[in-house]
Design a protein around this ligand. Structure first.
Ligand code: ARG
Length: 464
């Protein structure tokens, strides 16, 4: 049974239109019209106040309304428009965007952000909501799977409140991410729209296996599958249990024990089998790949995005452009791992690996961007604290992008990669009313995105 406060509908500033699905039904069927509406408003207001005091999740169903934006970033064109109105319908979908007129602005359901800059909700295509950095290394072995799901609920909220209204979660134990996604979709958990992978697929002993325990424990990661047919079967299995996207490990990693980021793990043949099977079943594939050869094999195999992309060479960049493969560079991570890694329990070998990989990754990010490769914004949050996702924007700018490029990576490009270009990533008619607002101009100082003041998801205000 849903907890009343988690599924109840909290404050909507423009109309107190606070409705639960059942209250909506009541309203539609009621002959007593206004009286019932007023009762519901009062009940809703009480729930909002109590919920607010207790700090419960504030999910709500949209009423039609509008947001007036002092400035609005047209992310597709890469320019700022003045005094715009974003109008959305009851389903939380944008019905119009255009210059605001005074009668619109006077309407009852208009949220006034005339002193702020609006942008579409941001998208992070590489998160691990069910993990926290303080459980790195051996400490993580003491965390139960149900506890990880609870961690995911907490991080879903932090991520949404930081302005990320959509995430692609690529790797979680035992489908805890499926549970969080379903909780969000049911209105029981406050969080971003989520595409999830479940457990990541990988070779025995690879980055996507769990290598911390000695042989006598006989433990293996849930995504381990060796050989093309076993890998195909694993694709089918994770889809059976709810995966929207397939995550695989093409090379070794930094935070895994006993492997090398530069060394290939899945073979070309295995990745071809995975990509074919996943695409046949309507899923895209994201490949963790630091290593130069692993990146190229993943591109050859038809993988949709390369995660980390650290040691990509010129040929790899050329191939990514030819195939239209997205590159995702988690380039803020280096600061956190070198600064905090030891303290949070990362293995000494991981810190050493990071020292070799981090700088090269940043240099290769610059090269790939300058060469015109498609880049989507992905942070690997979970390695560093959730809610800090936007810290990566300024790193992207420090290594060659203009603020507008970094914002496009986290909006239109990310939406294209995840297959939701018609739904998220821009403030346009037909898209969800997922809108954030900041003080200042992010096209001048991208750091303002670290301080998102207002968040709306699907027409519902979640932060103000
Ligand atoms: N999950 C990744 C791994 O363990 C993190 C890599 C972080 N380092 C970096 N420079 N991006 O391999």
């Amino acid at each position: 049974m849903a907890l009343p406060f988690l599924s109840a509908q909290f404050a909507l500033p423009f109309s107190f239109a606070i409705q639960s699905p059942s209250s909506r039904r009541l309203q539609r069927n009621s002959n007593t019209g206004e009286i019932m509406k007023n009762i519901l408003r009062c009940v809703g207001l009480m729930v909002a106040v109590i919920g607010g005091l207790c700090g419960f999740a504030s999910t709500s169903y949209a009423a039609a309304g509008a947001v007036r934006c002092g400035k609005l970033i047209d992310v597709r064109a890469g320019k700022t428009l003045n005094d715009q109105m974003v109008v959305f319908d009851e389903a939380g979908v944008i019905s119009a965007v255009g210059p605001s007129s005074s009668d619109q602005a006077a309407g009852a359901n208009v949220i006034d952000l005339s002193k702020s800059t609006c942008l579409p909700g941001l998208i992070d295509v590489h998160t691990h909501l069910t993990s926290d950095p303080q459980n790195s290394g051996y400490k993580g072995l003491g965390v139960s799977v149900p506890r990880e799901a609870v961690t995911g609920v907490k991080n879903a909220r932090l991520t949404l409140e930081a302005g990320f209204t959509t995430v692609r979660n690529v790797g979680a134990d035992e489908f805890t991410d499926v549970a969080v996604r379903d909780g969000v979709n049911a209105g029981e958990v406050l969080g971003p729209r989520m595409l999830v992978s479940g457990p990541a697929l990988g070779i025995t002993g690879g980055h996507c296996d769990e290598n911390l325990l000695p042989y006598q424990y006989h433990y293996k990661g849930q995504g381990v599958a060796d050989g093309p047919w076993a890998a195909r079967e694993k694709v089918r299995e994770v889809i059976k249990y709810g995966a929207d996207v397939i995550k695989i490990c093409a090379s070794g990693g930094v935070l895994s024990k006993g492997d090398l980021p530069g060394a290939s793990q899945y073979s070309l043949e295995e990745m071809q089998a995975i990509a074919t099977e996943a695409h046949k079943l309507g899923r895209k594939v994201a490949a963790h790949a630091h290593g130069t050869e692993s990146i190229k094999d993943a591109i050859r195999a038809g993988i949709d995005s390369i995660e980390h992309s650290s040691l990509i060479d010129d040929e790899g960049i050329r191939m990514a452009k030819e195939h239209g493969t997205y590159l995702v560079f988690d380039i803020y991570n280096d600061d956190y791992i070198l600064g905090m890694g030891e303290k949070v329990g990362m293995l000494p070998e991981s810190i050493e690996k990071e020292k070799k990989v981090g700088k090269l990754q940043r240099a290769n990010f610059r090269k790939a961007f300058e060469a015109g490769a498609k880049i989507a914004f992905g942070t690997d949050s979970g390695v560093y604290p959730h809610g800090d996702n936007a810290k990566q924007f300024s790193t992207m700018v420090a290594f060659g992008m203009k603020p507008v490029d970094a914002i496009q990576a986290a909006t239109v490009n990310a939406a294209d990669l995840i297959g939701w270009a018609d739904k998220v990533g821009a403030l346009e008619k037909g898209h969800y009313a997922d809108l954030i607002a900041v003080d200042g101009d992010p096209l001048v100082d991208v750091k303002v995105l670290q301080n998102v003041k207002f968040v709306m998801k699907g027409g519902n205000v979640v932060k103000q």
